[in-house]
Ligand binder design. Structure first.
Ligand SMILES: [Zn+2]
Length: 473
């Protein structure tokens, strides 16, 4: 059947701000720091978007791109896991793991032109009418994952173009989940100021030279800054007598947001008066006060077993070190923000028998809801229980997932050998209160829910086990 053409489609600009929250933006707007955003808000409408039930970057942006929930599109996490006889294999999700059509191909199929820049999971890129430069991708794989292929050399000829600086450097990005030493904070923020400028230049170039019906660009530095610099952004954490470091970092963070605001203003101008403009974030953000070690909790319920070597548990929270013959529920990483339940489809397979799956999942949900914080004060003084919400579905590999999103200021951590619930320590723990970082969202019942961050497991296993070449990227 012939597809309708979108010749009458109004030109549309979509600007993604990863992790942006009105909690940070509103005070900056009222101080006059973000005039372009203020102007847009004054002549548009604003609202809090619902994120996905577990407000995490890959599922949330995929939901924005597909209009479907994770249970439908199959992206629950940065990773997907396959447990085979040789052990557990964890791979970063990519475009092939998305089970629903994206807005890029929907518009393209209807005859429209697309520009999609820096969105996650866009490699290998779909063959749409227009341009795709994927985000969250190593610079090593950028050239062969740009669509159309000749676009890479065109972008390379732009003054100042740097594949390194627009790409995802795993060593570098790990910092977003860790405490960054005070003397590195400044260069961390400056890096993102430069990085956003690169994406802005690419967007501007394509809007001028390859105009599209739908131009979409995602700026991810908002998320990165908030992970490590929340204390300089949230006025509740600003000191009355700021130290030189606080003064410098506060000013640098403001510089980042002012630059970003300028990019937004220029892109809106470039799109023209008749263009529709949308600005969206994938989840909110907020400070962290408590860490829930989810794998330790699952171990206490008997659902998870660690491998032992000479009667010793592994020293670090290393999910590859799970005993896969005896583990039926686990969190692969802190960032997972959920619990994967293994389902046994055949007799002899390890996991919950498929006919008992729903009951097992619901019971686990109840147990999570019943968890009591040992210290009411640390629980945020509002409630002493941990709320959970459910999201269900299957990934491409068929894993069924239970996902629990817990109340604000609580992180789910996947590390080993710590208390089930603990105040985030300062010092060696990447979930430190010093980071004060945590993606948040509000669920459909109006409750704030928080995502999970504990890079301990990612650091040890995800990076090591990811092998893009083995999948022909
Ligand atoms: Zn995000």
């Amino acid at each position: 059947m012939p597809q309708p053409k979108v010749t009458s489609m109004q030109r549309t600009l979509l600007i993604g701000l990863d992790g942006a929250t009105f909690k940070v933006l509103d005070p900056l707007i009222s101080q006059g720091q973000l005039p372009h955003l203020a102007e847009l808000l004054s002549r548009g409408v604003r609202a809090e978007l619902l994120s996905t039930p577990h407000p995490l970057t890959p599922p949330a942006w995929t939901t924005l791109m597909t209009g479907r929930l994770p249970g439908n599109h199959g992206i629950f996490d940065f990773l997907r896991s396959e447990i085979r006889p040789g052990g557990a294999f964890f791979t970063l999700n990519d475009f092939r793991d998305i089970r629903c059509e994206t807005i890029w191909s929907i518009v393209s199929r209807a005859g429209g032109q697309i520009t999609s820049l820096n969105f996650p999971l866009m490699a290998p890129p779909p063959k749409i009418n227009g341009s795709i430069v994927p985000g969250l991708l190593s610079w090593r794989h950028l050239r062969r994952n740009v669509h159309p292929p000749e676009l890479y050399d065109e972008l390379k000829s732009l003054p100042g173009f740097s594949a390194n600086e627009i790409s995802w450097d795993f060593e570098h990005e790990k910092k977003a989940m860790q405490i960054i030493a005070d003397d590195e904070l400044e260069s961390w923020v400056r890096f993102h100021v430069v990085r956003e400028k690169h994406w802005f230049d690419i967007t501007k170039h394509l809007m001028r030279n390859r105009p599209a019906d739908l131009t979409a660009v995602m700026f991810d530095g908002v998320d990165k800054l908030q992970h490590s610099c929340w204390r300089f952004l949230d006025e509740a954490y600003l000191s009355e007598n700021p130290s030189p470091l606080e003064q410098t970092m506060r000013e640098l963070c403001l510089t980042y947001f002012r630059e970003l605001d300028g990019f937004i203003g220029d892109l809106v101008t470039l799109a023209g008066d008749d263009a529709r403009v949308f600005i969206a974030s994938d989840h909110g953000f907020g400070p962290t006060e408590t860490v829930l070690r989810i794998n330790k909790w699952l171990e206490s319920l008997g659902h998870l077993k660690w491998q032992t070597v000479d009667d010793q548990k592994p020293k670090a929270g290393h999910f590859v070190a799970l005993d896969w013959e005896r583990t039926i529920a686990y969190a692969p990483s802190g960032a997972t923000n959920g619990i994967h339940i293994r389902v046994a489809r055949q007799p002899g397979e390890v996991g919950v028998p498929i006919e008992e799956y729903s009951q097992f999942r619901d019971r686990l949900g109840e147990q999570l809801r019943e968890l009591k914080h040992p210290d009411r004060r640390a629980a945020g003084k509002r409630s002493d229980d941990l709320r959970a919400s459910l999201s269900r579905g299957r990934t491409r590999s068929g894993t069924r997932s239970y996902v629990g999103a817990v109340r604000p200021r609580v992180l789910l951590g996947a590390r080993l050998r710590t208390d089930d619930l603990a105040a985030p320590s300062s010092g060696g723990d990447p979930c430190s209160g010093r980071n004060l970082c945590c993606p948040w969202t509000r669920n459909s019942s109006g409750q704030d829910v928080a995502a999970t961050i504990d890079s301990g497991c990612c650091r040890h296993a995800v990076i090591q086990s990811w092998s893009p070449d083995s999948r022909g990227l």
